[in-house]
Structures are given as structure tokens and as C-alpha cells.
Design a protein around this ligand. Structure first.
Ligand code: SAH
Length: 347
């Protein structure tokens, strides 16, 4: 890797500072940002309103490096799943899901993950390192390149790929700010979601950012004894601490939280769990996203029957809790989280 700076990793403020140091006016940064994110050029030579001599200065100091597409899977339902190769050879997964309301990219935040959730294929590979902001931005830009011939572009970003975003907090926040910036990708805060396994200090910090970005909590069980079986992080931050942080987050940001709930047969889909789930969420401004479990070959967990999923959904609605059943994507490709990279690493 060169010691040049990858410009895709800089927030607008950082770029402004750097331009001033180079003796330029501040507006240069906005001009560069619009080339990168509005006109999607990936070479300084294409920036036609910047003088040739200053383009040379930029080339000496900066790169515009994007990850490389290592494998690409396309599903009949419009899902695109990429395994991307980073500059140091590590690989991360990125998924595009095509909804009626737009195109949503699921971004990975780390190479591997230390959360070790028992049901998840990503967690089989321990964290190697966090991604920097340019590597997260690169995932979105590559998808935009693939969508351009279709006259579409990314409209939603979810940081729900491999990794724990709050284990890589600062880089994730710089990335999100560039996605959200009106001079950057200009994707509205309400179209951006960060999902955490329940890292309490991250939840508290996130609530104080003053942004309107969505927060999702991977709940998956309403009782400590069940959650302990699924998510080792529950030992460090048990449910009462996670819920206290969620309440503080709501007090600080006035934003409702989404609780993700993967439904696994005979584990967290029992009547006892249903009752506890209602008791936990009802007093809060929460939204429950029920997720039919994506079976992976690395463990023995089985997905709940459709009946069970619908029973949970109906009971939540009846209790006055907003809830949806997550639509499934890409069932004809390696759809489950982390499967693609896990399969590649096994080879
Ligand atoms: N570490 C963060 C973000 C990555 S996981 C978090 O825990 O939220 C993103 C989401 O995918 C989480 O809700 C996770 O629990 C879920 N997930 C992981 N493996 C899955 C599987 N096999 N089927 C369905 N959802 C899964």
C-alpha cells in the first residue's frame, strides 16, 4: 500500500482542511466531492474543471482506490452479492437488495467479527481488522457502478454486513457522514441504518451524535438465559443494560429503535419468549423486525415454521407493537450473512 491518502475516506471537513493546507480555497473540497460522489469519476484526469497542474498535485498525494470485485452473484430477484478484495488482499461481502422503494446496500464494517454469535456464518472468522471509511464507501460506489447502466443508484445504506459497527465506531461514523453529506452521496439520514449486537457504549455515543440515522439492535431473544445461548456479547452487556441504553438513546435522539429478531426453531420461538418479547418491547417505542432464520451449513439451528413466525407477528401487532416479517432475498444464491466469504475461506 502506498502512503498516499485514499480520498474516498475523507469527510468533507477533512478534505477542506487538507485543501487549505495545499493553499487552495475551501470550495475545492466541495468541487472534488461532487466529482467523486455526484459524477462518480474514479480518476483525477476526468475532473475537467480542475487545472492540469493541480490534478498533478492531487495525484502525488491522493489515490482514488476502490475494492476489486472478486466474485459476483446475481439473483433472479435483483439481489447482487459481491465478494470484494481490499488493497491488502482481505475480502469482504457486500449485498444489494432491490426493493420497491429503492436500492439498499448492506455494507460490511470489519474483516471478520469478534461477536461470535452462534447462528451467524460471519462470526466463524474472527476479526482481522476494522475497515476504514474509504473501504466502506468503496462498497457503495462499486454497487453504484453496477447500477449505472440500469439508470439506478443506491438509495439506502444499512451497516449490517460482516462486523460489529460499534467495534469500529469512528470509521463507521466518518463513512456515514460522507454518505449523508449533501455534497457527498446525499442519502438521507432516515435511509441509513446501523445495526449492533448490543455494544452498550456505542449505543449511548450514537444517540448523542445529533443525527437522524436509524439504529437497529440485534435482540434475537428477550430473556438472558436464551440470549446467552445465542450471543456471547450478552455476558458482557446483558439485556437490562442494553435496554437501559436503548431508553437513553431514545431520550437523547427521540428516535425509535428497530429490534431484529431471528426466529430459530425451539430456541427463541416459544410461547414463553413471545410473552417476554411483548413485555420487553411494549413499554418502549420499538419496532420488531422478525427474520426467518437463514440456515447455514456450519451449525444445527433450524428456521421456525411459517406458522410460528406469523404467530409472533400477529401477537406483536395485537399488543400494539409495530412489526414486520423481513422479506427474503437471493435465496437462489449464497444469501445468508457471511456465507459467501465463509465458503471462499473454506476452499
Ligand atoms: N454486528 C451487527 C451487524 C452485523 S449482523 C449486529 O449484530 O447487528 C447483521 C444482522 O444479520 C444481525 O441482526 C444478525 O443477527 C443477522 N444474521 C446473522 N446471521 C444470520 C442468519 N444466518 N440468518 C438471518 N440473520 C442473520
Amino acid at each position: 500500500m502506498s502512503d498516499k491518502i485514499n480520498m474516498y475516506g475523507l469527510s468533507l471537513e477533512e478534505l477542506e482542511e487538507q485543501m487549505e493546507k495545499l493553499g487552495q480555497k475551501k470550495f475545492r473540497a466541495k468541487q472534488l466531492y461532487s466529482w467523486l460522489y455526484r459524477f462518480n469519476v474514479d480518476s483525477f484526469d476526468d475532473m475537467t474543471d480542475i487545472s492540469k497542474s493541480f490534478r498533478e498535485v492531487l495525484k502525488e498525494r491522493y489515490t482514488l482506490t476502490l475494492p476489486k470485485i472478486y466474485t459476483k452473484q446475481m439473483s433472479d430477484d435483483g439481489t447482487i452479492k459481491l465478494l470484494l478484495e481490499l488493497e491488502d488482499g482481505h475480502k469482504v461481502e457486500t449485498v444489494l437488495m432491490h426493493y420497491f422503494y429503492g436500492d439498499s446496500v448492506c455494507v460490511s464494517s470489519e474483516v471478520g467479527c469478534n461477536m461470535g454469535c452462534k447462528f451467524c456464518a460471519s462470526g466463524l472468522l474472527k476479526k482481522v481488522r476494522g475497515l476504514d471509511a474509504s473501504e466502506m464507501m468503496g462498497q457503495v460506489l462499486i454497487i453504484n457502478q453496477l447500477l449505472r447502466p440500469l439508470k439506478r443508484k443506491v438509495t439506502h445504506v444499512v451497516v449490517m454486513g460482516t462486523g460489529e459497527p460499534f467495534d469500529n465506531y469512528d470509521n463507521v461514523m466518518s463513512f456515514i457522514k460522507a454518505v449523508n453529506s449533501q455534497f457527498g452521496l446525499d442519502i438521507g439520514a432516515r435511509h441509513i441504518t446501523v445495526s449492533t449486537a448490543g455494544v452498550v457504549p456505542g449505543i449511548l455515543k450514537y444517540g448523542k451524535e445529533g443525527l437522524q440515522i436509524n439504529l437497529a439492535i440485534s435482540l434475537h431473544a428477550p430473556l438472558d438465559e436464551v440470549r446467552n445461548k445465542l450471543m456471547p456479547i450478552n455476558q458482557a452487556y446483558p439485556l437490562d443494560q442494553v435496554m437501559a441504553a436503548v431508553d437513553q438513546y431514545f431520550a437523547d435522539s427521540n428516535r425509535q429503535v428497530t429490534f431484529e429478531y431471528i426466529m430459530i426453531k425451539d430456541l427463541n420461538d416459544t410461547d414463553e419468549c413471545l410473552k417476554a418479547l411483548i413485555d420487553l418491547i411494549k413499554p418502549r417505542h420499538g419496532f420488531v423486525n422478525l427474520i426467518p432464520y437463514n440456515e447455514v451449513m456450519e451449525n444445527d439451528f433450524r428456521r421456525s415454521s411459517n406458522n410460528r413466525v406469523h404467530k409472533f407477528h400477529d401477537a406483536l401487532l395485537k399488543a400494539g407493537i409495530k412489526s414486520t416479517i423481513r422479506k427474503e432475498f437471493g435465496s437462489d444464491i449464497d444469501a445468508a450473512c457471511g456465507q459467501l466469504r465463509a465458503r471462499y475461506e473454506h476452499k
